[in-house]
Design a protein around this ligand. Structure first.
Ligand code: URA
Length: 229
């Protein structure tokens, strides 16, 4: 990780304060003064400030039940950021692994470990995400087959990857996808002539939202973290 980020992770300093500290020449990496905020360092490097060794805080892995009208961005925009709901130190330094729209509820995974979250986000990893979808019109009989074969989304070069559809009721289904294209679920149902009127994510990989109350969060268990490693 970058040296300025390492300093943030191991002190109370903000990124700007870490950069200012670096300019003073008080930071050494393996004995050498470094003023380079972008320098790549590892946790086993000896990084000191005025002779005191720094130890990076352990990465955090959290799940949250996202309410309606919150956004997954780290800054408030039209709606408040969901990071306000997480009362941990430097919550806004973390990121969401697979964002949900403001009008989608359900499971979000939040971390400050970018390498780990790549295993959830990258389409190459084919991590399954399960959505409960509420539809405007009754589900058509051939939709499951179409999703299995892949549908063409507007503006995309290739078909969607095979997705599994389980019909719960005429206008309620469970959809499992392994990608996370922009507004993917809404666009998939639009591609088969329907419209999503409610969307809720229930599961990512082995992590299930289960009975975590709306707006609440918890740390992932070791087993859950390791499942994406
Ligand atoms: N697909 C969507 O269309 N929206 C989401 O929030 C998540 C997946």
């Amino acid at each position: 990780m970058r040296l300025d980020k390492f300093i943030c992770k191991s002190t109370e300093l903000t990124r700007t304060e870490a950069k200012s500290l670096l300019k003073t020449g008080k930071v050494r990496v393996n004995g050498e003064v470094s003023k380079n905020a972008a320098m790549q360092v590892h946790e086993n490097n000896d990084i000191t400030v005025e002779g005191q060794s720094l130890t990076a805080r352990q990465s955090r892995y959290i799940m949250l039940h996202k309410p309606l009208d919150t956004i997954c961005s780290n800054v408030d925009e039209n709606y408040p950021s969901l990071f306000h709901l997480i009362d941990v130190d430097k919550a806004f330094d973390m990121h969401v692994a697979g964002r949900l729209d403001a009008d989608t509820t359900g499971l979000v995974i939040i971390t400050d470990d970018g390498r780990w979250s790549h295993n959830i986000i990258s389409p190459k990893k084919q991590c399954e995400k399960v959505y409960r979808v509420f539809l405007r019109d009754n589900i058509k009989e051939d939709s499951a087959q179409k999703f299995e074969e892949g549908v063409q989304l507007q503006g995309e070069k290739s078909l969607t990857r095979p997705a599994k559809l389980k019909i719960i009721e005429d206008r309620e289904v469970l959809l499992t996808i392994t990608e996370g294209k922009y507004h993917q679920v809404k666009r998939m149902f639009a591609a088969v002539g329907n419209r999503v009127v409610g969307l809720h994510r229930e599961q990512i990989g082995i992590v299930k939202l289960a009975d975590l109350p709306l707006g609440e969060w918890r740390y992932l268990t070791e087993q859950e973290v390791n499942a994406f490693s």
